[in-house]
Write a protein that binds this ligand. Structure first.
Ligand SMILES: CC(C)(COP(=O)(O)OP(=O)(O)OC[C@H]1O[C@@H](n2cnc3c(N)ncnc32)[C@H](O)[C@@H]1OP(=O)(O)O)[C@@H](O)C(=O)NCCC(=O)NCCS
Length: 160
């Protein structure tokens, strides 16, 4: 069933939004983020975007701009707001800023739905890393965005 489009606002992180980021991370992701993570987010607030709907923060994308790569740390949307295209919009932010840079991220290897979600949006698996999520005792797959694909399309082309 198709959901109506919501009027959304996208806000860069600031100290006043930090409690919202902490709360989203607690709900959305199975790992505990250390204080150093939040300090790194605050140091580059334009790389951590929270999505707001009627004064409620409902999703986040956080990415790291490296010299020749963009690493996507997190993309998440609260469960009751999913399947409205919000996750895809959030993912589009680092992709639109990457220019020629490589875009990568890690996902738990047993998160098949999430891997399928990224694959539909032009990412492909390039490596499996055993015990990457040590505290969870889980492997990861490294996904890489295929530059030749449009966001939202399947990736058919091999990458270098
Ligand atoms: C993965 C995640 C971010 C996706 O968020 P989302 O907002 O549901 O993503 P989208 O709405 O863009 O896409 C979800 C589906 O809804 C569909 N959709 C998009 N717009 C829609 C609309 N207006 N109406 C109905 N469905 C729609 C999309 O086609 C998509 O289906 P597909 O993958 O089969 O193409 C979300 O499930 C999540 O937060 N998961 C938990 C955190 C997590 O694991 N994050 C990834 C690792 S960091």
């Amino acid at each position: 069933m198709s959901h109506p489009t919501l009027p959304l606002e996208f806000h860069e992180l600031s100290s006043s939004l930090l409690p919202h980021l902490r709360s989203l991370n607690r709900i959305l992701f199975p790992v505990k983020f250390p204080e150093s993570y939040y300090n790194a987010c605050l140091a580059n607030p334009d790389n951590c975007i929270l999505v707001c709907y009627h004064d409620r923060y409902i999703g986040v994308v956080h990415f790291t701009m490296l010299e020749d790569a963009v690493y996507i740390n997190t993309v998440g949307v609260l469960a009751s707001y999913r399947e409205r295209g919000i996750g895809t919009q959030l993912l589009g932010i680092p992709i639109s800023r990457a220019g020629d840079k490589t875009i990568t991220l890690h996902v738990k290897s047993d998160d098949e739905d999430v891997i399928a979600w990224y694959t539909k949006r032009g990412f492909r698996q390039v490596e499996r890393i055993n015990n990457y999520y040590r505290r969870l005792g889980k492997d990861a797959v490294l996904l890489k965005w295929c530059r030749n694909s449009e966001l939202g399309n399947r990736c058919d082309q091999p990458t270098n």
